[in-house]
Design a protein. Structure first.
Ligand code: ZN
Ligand code: FE
Length: 238
């Protein structure tokens, strides 16, 4: 199973997961970018996995639905265009000898889903949309701090070596915020330098992994809901 990172729009990530012949796409924001990649690699698209219904995550769905036979998978949210397979907590989907397990992780939206890819030939990989970012977390747009806090804790409980693929390239700004909160913390400083280096080389900051995020994500390092809620408010103003 290969995971291809497709940067698109201003700072979104769409992910193409594929075997030799079949592909699934996570959050196809732009149909043209996905189509081009499918053609270049001679792949048939079978699934579109949607983390949440915001336009920068589902923008390419209608066009891909017209041009492919791929099934749209997501939470039962009528804002997701052409939803074929509504999922709930623990729903499992088979794909190319691998499986995706749906984890409900609301907080940013009201119905966010994270997908855990498990396949024999590689590390588990988590696609978590705008719930957990590298060194950050999503804004509380349709829900509250308590809901997001529970979702983040659910993701933090996954094995440390679970790779993390999030919905946006916000890492540098997230780490600048972390450094401003904890100027003396060497973990954030070091991580910021390493991430800037990657970005300068034109590389994405994904994937991270759960173990690294537990050390270098200020939201996962919070020890209480109150601490988390306050930190989230300060980040909104940063
Ligand atoms: Zn969003
Ligand atoms: Fe987004």
């Amino acid at each position: 199973m290969k995971i291809v990172v497709l940067p698109l729009l201003a700072d979104n990530y769409t992910y193409l997961l594929h075997t030799e012949t079949e592909a699934a796409v996570v959050d196809p924001a732009d149909a043209d970018v996905v189509q081009r990649e499918l053609e270049r690699r001679s792949l048939t698209l079978t699934h579109m996995l949607i983390t949440h219904a915001h336009h920068d995550h589902v923008g390419g769905v209608p066009s891909l639905k017209r041009h492919t036979a791929a099934a749209v998978v997501g939470a039962p949210d009528d804002r997701i265009p052409g939803l074929d397979h509504p999922v709930r907590e623990g729903s499992v989907l088979a794909f190319g000898g691998a499986s995706f397990t749906a984890l409900m992780t609301p907080g940013h939206g009201a119905h966010d889903v994270s997908y855990l890819l498990q396949t024999p030939d590689r590390q588990d990989a988590l696609f978590c949309g705008d719930t957990l970012f590298v060194s950050g977390c999503g804004r509380l747009l349709e829900s509250d701090a308590e809901t997001m806090w529970a979702s983040l804790k659910k993701l933090a409980a996954l094995p440390d070596d679970t790779e993390l693929y999030c919905g946006h390239e916000y890492t540098e700004e997230n780490l600048e915020f972390a450094v401003s909160e904890c100027p003396d913390d060497p973990v954030y400083q070091k991580r910021l330098i390493a991430v800037r280096e990657r970005l300068r080389e034109g590389l994405p900051s994904v994937p991270s992994n759960i173990g690294l995020e537990k050390k270098a994500n200020p939201f996962l390092r919070c020890e209480s809901l109150v601490e988390f809620a306050d930190l989230r408010k300060r980040k909104d103003r940063f």
